[in-house]
Design a protein around this ligand. Sequence first.
Ligand code: GTP
Length: 309
Amino acid sequence: MIALSSKQTAVTPSDILSQQRLDTQLKQLEFNALLFRKLDLERLFECLLTEGQSFVKFDGLQYLAADRGVDIMLGFSRQHRQRFELKLGEHSLGEVILMRSRAFTARDARDAERLAESLVYPLDNALEHHKAIMKVTTDPATGLRNQLALDDMLPREIRLVRRVEQPLSVILLSVDYLDSIASDHGEAVGKDAWLSVATTLSGRLRQSDLIFRSDDDNFCILLNQTDLEGALILAERLRQVVDHCVSFDNVQFVLTANAGVTELSEADDAVSVLARAGEALRVASELGPNQVRAIAAEVVCENDDSKEF
Ligand SMILES: Nc1nc2c(ncn2[C@@H]2O[C@H](COP(=O)(O)OP(=O)(O)OP(=O)(O)O)[C@@H](O)[C@H]2O)c(=O)[nH]1
């Protein structure tokens, strides 16, 4: 039951205005609280893209923090942009760009700026979280992602390629005697050798490819939108570039490598696809050195003369 006062008071335009201001402030507070709950950088910006629409309309955003190796693009790339440098005191938090196909009016630009401002504290938290995650998911010797990162990212990659109905292939590459370089020539040379191989391999990949150093000291490479045939071509190229990529005292080491390749099938999950790539690597290593073998989900296909790629 709603009780009405017998003395009705007229609602003035200024009452409406203050009510609107109150509503906006409430909306802003709810939005801030939502942002604060997003510790993961991607989730934080997804939230900005979806929930930020009630403050200013935009179609896509990019967040760049080059010094932290972060580049997130969400939504659609559009020509009209509002660019904001985000800072907490003197501490740079990177740059956020809001994009849309319609030009931003002066009022939109102010709203966009306010939206970017509300990011500062939640972003600072998310960046700290990101730093901690990177520390535990990075192999310190090579700077590559480690097994923990692979275990986390492979199921996500699988979900992603399935959603867009694209292939995903996996290469497992092992480099022979890489560990023995340290025992023969000292720790520092051994560390440099791992770093050179990692840098050489990474340098030969597309930006969308993901490379990891796994717990068993293999390099695991996930290839989005690449079928088994393409993955075999790349695996052979990678195997070849590894040789002679490490030198010490003007002497180049002859490094041999083997690779196992497979493509994700409908029935696969992260464990089964990695197991099959491991099996292909085992076959290649038994026949090695310098062998590349692929195992498809059902059929075993052999590349008889791997040198002819
Ligand atoms: N994912 C991935 N696939 C590659 C790469 N390089 C070669 N491939 C695969 O091998 C096929 C043949 O490679 P290329 O002869 O270099 O031809 P391309 O289509 O120009 O390949 P890109 O130069 O990588 O664009 C490609 O279509 C891919 O399937 C790579 O770096 N990453």
